[in-house]
Design a binder for this molecule. Structure first.
Ligand SMILES: *[C@@H]1O[C@H](CO)[C@@H](O)[C@H](O)[C@H]1NC(C)=O
Length: 245
């Protein structure tokens, strides 16, 4: 294709410059004086190809990063075993979420809970890198932990769950998980584009499940600085308790 365009361009040029010399563009060999213009023509074509490929790649990137593929909204009511006795008989606590899912990334927005302690947060599940990041909006701090695939449904199932939630009220139960901050992450680049974008400019820490921390079972819990984020990415609500040891 490039060759055809090149020949046509050359032929036109030849026709303009010396109409008598070139009768049939297909038969005419390249004129001896056109070595310089051939080079320039090739360069121009290369330049155009370069610009076009830039536009295509750029467009694809813009499309990928700036168009949310799907946006969902859902809420779950749940039985809270821990203080069921105190709760009003007909009142069930509720967790609301908005979820944006695209490209194997789920970003969940959790508003501040009503009538319950808990922090508003963004939760990002990167299914490619198998990482989860919590951005606590009260503390403006990021917490990163390996993605727990037995809690977080895969993208297609997550979408199905939200579709189900949109068609009526959903009653569920509460699961608590206990996470402990282990170290500060100075360089967030290795965490990938999406977590980097979420956690850019915030203090970022690595976490671990409390039951996997060596001898971490009952260490001075009262002295710790803890907060909770209630959310769901499965058919139950998870109350994530994060403690800065
Ligand atoms: C995932 O979460 C479940 C329930 O909280 C827990 O039992 C399990 O140990 C976790 N798995 C990993 C790999 O952390």
């Amino acid at each position: 294709m490039v060759k055809i365009a090149f020949n046509a361009a050359l032929a036109q040029k030849g026709l303009k410059e010396a109409p008598s010399a070139v009768k049939d563009p297909e038969l005419a060999g390249p004129p001896a004086h056109s070595d310089g213009s051939t080079g320039r023509c090739l360069l121009t074509l290369l330049g155009i190809a370069f610009i076009l490929s830039g536009l295509i790649v750029g467009g694809a990137c813009l499309y990928r990063y700036f168009t949310p593929k799907r946006l969902y909204h859902g809420s779950m009511q749940f039985h809270d075993g821990s203080n069921g006795a105190e709760a009003q008989p007909y009142y069930l606590p509720q967790v609301e979420e908005k979820m944006e899912i695209s490209d194997n990334i789920a970003v969940i927005s959790v508003p501040p809970p009503r009538f319950r302690p808990g922090d508003p947060a963004y939760i990002l599940h990167d299914f490619n890198r198998k990482l989860t990041a919590y951005l606590d909006l009260t503390l403006r701090t990021c917490f990163v932990i390996p993605l727990n695939t037995s809690v977080v449904l895969p993208p297609q199932d997550l979408m199905d769950l939200f579709s189900q939630l949109m068609s009526g009220s959903y009653r569920s139960y509460l699961v608590q998980e206990d996470l402990v901050v282990t170290e500060r992450i100075e360089d967030i680049k290795p965490l990938g584009f999406y977590i980097r974008r979420l956690c850019d400019g915030k203090e970022t820490y690595r976490m671990q499940r409390r039951d996997t921390v060596q001898g971490g079972g009952i260490v001075k819990r009262s002295a710790e600085d803890c907060f909770t984020i209630s959310h769901f990415e499965n058919k139950f609500v998870t109350e994530t308790r994060i403690c800065k040891a």
